[in-house]
Ligand binder design. Structure first.
Ligand code: ATP
Ligand code: MG
Length: 332
């Protein structure tokens, strides 16, 4: 059975629609057909300043949301990254294999550090793609279900896996990105030129799954479209409308063509009002389920304990093999 691995940051409390449509939705589907490893990447969350109590709470909240979205601990391995120390250990080796210029070419670092001010950005933010390389290679993942923004990091993972294998002998599976074209990039509702993002979205353009449904409906109804009135999918010329059609289509299963037909001759208002309703129907039970998992900390803890144990079994084997390949003297 092929293996998949992916992660989500516990940086903001709520997942947003881009996280769900671009990644988590695929995670739920892939647990049926793959040996699936999914984690809340708390090590990645401290690449920007964090509050300890908030980080702890958001880590639990992320797990609760993943369960609410449909991850089933019987069918996948769900864990918290810091519970598996091998991530940090393999990351060091990968750091030593990465060129400085190679790391400096990562566009997410450029974007995120520019936002913080280059002097404030941490070395951890700079090397976070390399930690991500370790995350993936530890599990010998065949595929990595992520959004389009992660493509460059998967490419780096492939390069480093091949480099290591070339230098020290076959050790790591070289993974493929698993990025669905339709939902690879969900855009900010107020600025359809940027991706919806936990850290970079405008508050009104960011659809948080845990927002009050009324707030969500309002954000959808006030989404930016264009001065035209025709409801047609055209990502280049009509990015706002196209984004709404993508969201509508994925949440309901209706084809884009069918939606274009349905709204022929109707204005953007009709589309937005209906989509707002679709969204409310989606987020309302999601919020309830998330709260139920939060209210049951014993279950949550036991899911994470089992997940960490299963993950460590795989990670420890890969790390031991890697240490040997690199030439570390075995501890007696
Ligand atoms: P940040 O802006 O702080 O990086 P984020 O919104 O990108 O946060 P992450 O936790 O980094 O959230 O990403 C989790 C997953 O969601 C990744 O696979 C990422 O590719 C995917 N993802 C994030 N934003 C979008 C989006 N707008 N469209 C599609 N997928 C997305
Ligand atoms: Mg991100």
């Amino acid at each position: 059975v092929p293996r998949v691995l992916s992660g989500i940051q516990p940086t903001a409390g709520s997942f947003h629609l881009g996280n769900y449509l671009g990644a988590v939705r695929q995670w739920v589907a892939l647990q049926e057909s793959h040996d699936a490893f999914y984690m809340v990447v708390d090590l990645h969350a401290i690449t920007v300043p964090q509050d300890p109590a908030e980080l702890r709470a958001n880590t639990r909240l992320a797990v609760a949301q993943l369960l609410a979205a449909g991850l089933d601990p019987e069918r996948c391995t769900l864990f918290v990254q810091s519970h598996v120390p091998e991530h940090a250990q393999l990351a060091w080796i990968m750091n030593c294999l990465t060129g400085f210029g190679e790391a400096a070419r990562m566009t997410q670092f450029k974007d995120k550090s520019a936002k913080q001010g280059a002097d404030r950005a941490s070395v951890g933010l700079f090397t976070y793609p390399i930690l991500q390389v370790a995350d993936i290679l530890l599990y010998q993942a065949n595929e990595v279900p992520v959004g389009e923004d992660q493509r460059q990091h998967i490419e780096l993972t492939r390069d480093l896996a091949e480099r290591f294998n070339g230098r020290f002998g076959a050790t790591f599976t070289v993974p493929e990105p698993y990025i669905l074209k339709e939902t690879a990039k969900i855009y900010d509702l107020q600025d359809p030129s940027i991706k919806m993002s936990k850290s970079a979205s405008t508050p009104k353009g960011l659809v948080n799954l845990l927002d009050d449904p009324k707030t969500t409906a309002k954000k959808v109804r006030s989404a930016v479209t264009d001065t035209d009135t025709v409801i047609r999918f055209d990502a280049e010329h009509k990015p706002g409308v196209s984004n709404l059609l993508t969201i509508y289509s994925t949440l309901t299963g209706a084809g884009i063509g069918a939606l274009e037909e349905k709204y022929e001759g109707k204005g953007y208002g009709a589309l937005k009002t209906d989509l707002a309703e679709v969204m409310v129907e989606f987020v309302t039970p999601f919020r309830e389920r998330t709260q139920q998992y939060l209210d049951d900390p014993e279950t949550l803890d036991s899911v994470l304990a089992k997940g960490a144990e299963k993950a460590r079994a795989v990670a420890a084997e890969t790390l031991a093999h890697t240490y040997e390949r690199v030439g570390f003297l075995p501890a007696k």
